[in-house]
Ligand binder design. Structure first.
Ligand SMILES: Cc1cc2nc3c(=O)[nH]c(=O)nc-3n(C[C@H](O)[C@H](O)[C@H](O)COP(=O)(O)O)c2cc1C
Length: 165
């Protein structure tokens, strides 16, 4: 085995901080089960394939959303627009009573009013990945607001886009 394959011990917090240098958008993943509607803030969203249309999300094994998606097998990715920071916190375990009438039904799932884009998908694969599970989704329905500016997340803080001229 070459010397380069000797692994360093990676501290989880340092790994999180390092990956946090990668700027992302912010989504709220929503689903519906017989127990009701549920949403969770997720930045680990990725476009995977255009043909067939595939997307993925990565969920903490401990999240409620994972158990719900194992049952419902369907989810919507709601890409947040820049004025939806309070939504991001609300669905990350900091409930905000001032947010009301959040959902509208689309394709049999709850979706967020005011989202910049919405992708509704069927779960086609679970990949167990350490303390997370990656879910691969086949996109069945799409919607977007081409005028919406995205909410961004970087280094543990929210931000908005500055377009370079
Ligand atoms: C900006 C932001 C991004 C997040 N991204 C993820 C993510 O990609 N995957 C994940 O499992 N949790 C992520 N979280 C944490 C969950 O939103 C949080 O743990 C939530 O309370 C889980 O809800 P649940 O247990 O009801 O599913 C993120 C939180 C924030 C604020």
């Amino acid at each position: 085995m070459p010397d380069t394959a000797i692994f360093e011990t990676i501290d989880p917090r340092t790994l999180r901080d390092c990956c946090g240098r990668f700027a992302t958008g912010v989504t709220v993943v929503t689903t519906r089960t017989p127990e009701g509607d549920h949403g969770t803030t997720v930045s680990a969203f990725m476009s995977v394939s255009l043909e067939p249309p595939l997307i993925s999300i990565s969920l903490d094994r401990r999240s409620k959303m994972l158990g719900k998606l194992r049952k419902s097998c369907r989810f919507a990715v709601n890409i947040l627009s820049q004025n939806m920071r309070s939504h991001a916190m609300h669905f990350a375990g900091r409930p905000d009573d001032t947010l009301t009438n959040l959902f509208q039904d689309r394709d049999g799932l709850p979706t967020l009013r005011g989202a910049a884009a919405i992708l509704v998908a069927d779960v086609v694969r679970h990949v167990e990945a350490g303390d997370h599970v990656i879910l691969l989704g086949h996109v069945r329905h799409l919607d977007r607001d081409p005028t919406a500016e995205p909410l961004l997340y970087h280094g543990g803080q929210f931000g908005s886009l500055a377009i370079h001229p």
